[in-house]
Write a protein that binds this ligand. Structure first.
Ligand code: AHG
Ligand code: MN
Ligand code: MN
Length: 322
């Protein structure tokens, strides 16, 4: 089934509004344009080149960060999106549309991987329009999802009324997203984890203790061997977890400025945590569900510990007992 047919069926059964359906189909068109940009411009242009500017969170902006954001904003301006909350902008962009939906975006996740041809992506979160405009708690999102630009361009998407996310893959022969697989479910148990182990000296005690049990393998408290994957693009690690299970951790650590880790609540942690809970997994900042955090600012960070329920339950207990 093509994405537009999937959206039309959801409109027909009343499980999404016209505004939301239109925003999702325009985001999909933007992702197709970003795919083409990567496939073509990447030949003549260094999409990983630094622009010399930095975003509000201090990240060096790459050419593709800026290009992806421009493409998305252009596509969203034809929809009922009242505000765009972007990783690349200090403050929300008012579109001038009298819409009831705000869209938070990480236009290009995994920017450090652009120049080395490793999977990157776009993350999006649809929220009810609020004045100020301030992002809602993750649990109140209207829809969320992300695209990956890798060997394939893919989409994983969930609406508030869904009991599970749905995945799609772009058929580049006709530029159509096609539904793949059934309802996504994250198995409760896993032996695969994603964390940047280079920071282990900086982790706080609960993650140190958990890693100790994990690395002890058969002889450890969890009694089994694990394996590690770390892509450096959250969307790539998350996509793998939605396909074959696992856990992803970007915890806080004692590096200066990293007490709450590196990932941003509104446009990285919330949309992916929304999908994880819809898929039967858990997403915590250590002691509480990420989706229950009330955002205080657009670029605030949060520790992210998400995925297979059994493993996240262990990590939550270690944090609560500290
Ligand atoms: P972004 O490129 O949007 O800044 O996000 C990159 C994030 C996330 O995608 C990834 O998991 C993490 O940064 C990697 O961080 P390290 O380089 O510290 O491992
Ligand atoms: Mn990101
Ligand atoms: Mn980004």
């Amino acid at each position: 089934m093509q994405l537009q047919e999937y959206i039309n069926r959801r409109l027909a059964d009343g499980s999404i509004t016209t505004d939301i359906g239109m925003i999702i189909s325009h985001l999909a068109d933007a992702a197709i344009a970003i795919t083409q940009t990567i496939r073509v411009s990447g030949i003549e242009e260094d999409l990983g080149a630094e622009t010399g500017a930095a975003n509000a969170d201090g990240d060096e902006q790459k050419a593709l960060d800026v290009m992806a954001e421009e493409i998305i904003i252009t596509h969203l301006k034809n929809t009922a999106t009242s505000h765009i909350l972007s990783e690349e902008q200090d403050a929300p962009i008012a579109t001038g549309q009298d819409g009831k939906v705000m869209v938070a975006i990480d236009p290009l996740d995994g920017s450090s991987n652009i120049a080395v041809n490793v999977t990157v992506g776009t993350i999006f979160s649809l929220m009810p329009r609020q004045d100020a405009p301030v992002a809602c708690a993750g649990r109140d999102q209207l829809a969320a999802g992300f695209f990956t630009y890798g060997p394939q361009t893919t989409l994983i998407l969930a609406f508030a009324s869904d009991s599970a996310p749905q995945c799609f893959v772009l058929d580049e022969r006709n530029q159509q997203f096609i539904a793949m697989g059934g309802a996504v479910e994250i198995p409760p148990e896993t032996n695969e984890y994603a964390i940047n182990a280079a920071y282990s000296e900086h982790w706080f005690a609960p993650v140190q203790e958990w890693m100790g049990h994990v690395l002890a393998g058969h002889a450890g408290a969890y009694g089994k061997p694990y394996r590690m994957r770390w892509v450096g693009s959250m969307v790539a690690d998350a996509w793998r977890i939605f396909q074959r299970g696992g856990v992803f951790l970007y915890p806080g650590d004692n590096r200066k400025g990293y007490a709450d880790g590196r990932l941003r609540l509104v446009y990285e942690a919330n949309p992916i945590s929304f999908l994880v809970e819809k898929a039967g997994g858990m997403a915590i900042n250590g002691c509480e569900d990420i989706l229950d955090i009330q955002p205080q600012s657009l670029h605030q960070r949060t520790p992210v510990i998400l995925g297979a329920k059994q493993e996240i339950t262990r990590l939550k207990a270690l944090h609560l007992n500290k």
